[in-house]
Design a protein. Structure first.
Length: 386
């Protein structure tokens, strides 16, 4: 009998291990969605088809890899839902997703859903009698515009994955994640500038740096940025559609644009930083044509972009000057001691306390940075010779 047990014991161990692995490998499913797991490490996608997931794969994979270099390999697992129909969105309930083993949830709108929303919004304004040419224009959105929206949406997705991971990792076990506030850096115990810097590092977002370069004379003192809360911007339809905020039903709704489309306008109102902001219309195009009309930024939006740019440049500056290990040490210091990051960066082995010199060095470093324009260039028109 004892010999039989000894012979069967290895078999039982193998069967138990196989059963556990089988259970772990089983696909988590949600009504109205297909599951796409193991595409991005630590992130499960749910959508109607794989094609909807594809625009997010590369940016999300890179974001997870970068977060691991800063925070370690054991990142909290999350779920991303890409909704194509109203039925899909209505079927989602965040607490149910969390109970299925996920630590955070992000929801994105597929192009089909955005088109449906646009149609419904237009019907609410003018009724069902939409002119055929307008209806056809909505249905036949240019491919290059859709591709640009996908690229921006992917960047916004990567950034919000970083914010979600930070909220879960940096809070205690009693913290209750709310996807509608995933982009609210106040939900992380890290200083706001550090959250923004990590998010930009993970997503590769450099648009705020471009804005800061164009408005460097209006920047906040860098010493103040270390203590400041990120300037508040009230939610609006533009913000929620752009992925910068806006929640419905307790879940974070990320639109396709991932930010303001088109060229950023120059500042045109006072407040916030040092001196007086520069006004005026956007500059003309190099070919002499006038620039298209742009939405005027409010003072709060201007301040936020300045703050974000300065947070990113400060994070990048420390990363380049001292290396990733020092940045990891900074994050651990702030998270464990709950002290201001100021006490770390002003240590003699970091930057010290000569902030006038530090600020001059930072500004010079910023202006040397070459920031690629994310917007596609228009091909020049070729005139035919008669």
């Amino acid at each position: 009998m004892l010999r039989t047990i000894r012979l069967l014991l290895p078999v039982l161990i193998l069967l138990t291990a196989f059963g556990a692995n089988f259970a772990n490998a089983q696909t988590v499913s949600f009504k109205n969605f297909n599951s796409f797991q193991d595409i991005v490490p630590g992130v499960d996608f749910f959508a109607s088809n794989r094609q909807l997931v594809a625009p997010y794969e590369a940016a999300s994979t890179e974001a997870v890899a970068k977060l691991k270099t800063l925070l370690g390999d054991d990142l909290p697992k999350g779920a991303v839902f890409i909704c194509s129909t109203l039925a899909q969105k209505d079927s989602l309930y965040e607490p149910v997703v969390i109970r299925r083993g996920y630590s955070w949830v992000i929801i994105a709108d597929a192009p089909e859903f955005r088109m449906q929303e646009q149609l419904e919004r237009l019907k609410a304004q003018i009724g069902d009698n939409i002119p055929p040419e307008i209806l056809q224009r909505i249905k036949d959105m240019p491919r290059d515009m859709a591709a640009g929206m996908d690229q921006q949406a992917a960047g916004t997705m990567a950034k919000n994955i970083a914010f979600a991971v930070l909220q879960i990792m940096m809070n205690d076990e009693n913290f209750q994640f709310r996807a509608s506030r995933v982009d609210d850096v106040a939900k992380s115990p890290l200083q706001d500038w550090l959250d923004i810097g990590i998010g930009a590092y993970a997503s590769g977002d450099r648009e705020a740096l471009r804005y800061l370069q164009e408005n460097i004379d209006m920047a906040f003192p860098f010493e103040d940025v270390l203590f400041m809360a990120r300037p508040y911007v009230a939610q609006s339809n533009t913000a929620s559609n752009g992925g910068g905020g806006g929640g419905q039903g307790g879940v974070f709704i990320m639109g396709g644009a991932g930010g303001d489309m088109g060229q950023m306008p120059k500042m045109n109102s006072g407040g916030g930083g040092q001196g007086q902001r520069q006004g005026g219309a956007p500059k003309s195009k190099p070919d002499g044509g006038g620039a298209p009309q742009q939405r005027t930024l409010s003072k709060d939006e201007q301040d936020r972009r300045l703050f974000d740019g300065q947070a990113i440049v400060f994070f990048d500056y420390i990363m380049e000057k001292f290396g990733i290990e020092k940045v990891r040490e900074l994050i651990a210091y702030v998270n464990e001691t709950k002290d201001e990051s100021y006490f770390f960066v002003t240590r003699p082995d970091v930057l010290g306390r000569e902030f006038s010199k530090i600020e001059a060095d930072l500004n010079a470093w910023l202006m040397k940075q070459s920031i690629p324009d994310p917007k596609p260039k228009q091909k020049p028109k070729i005139q035919q010779v008669q």
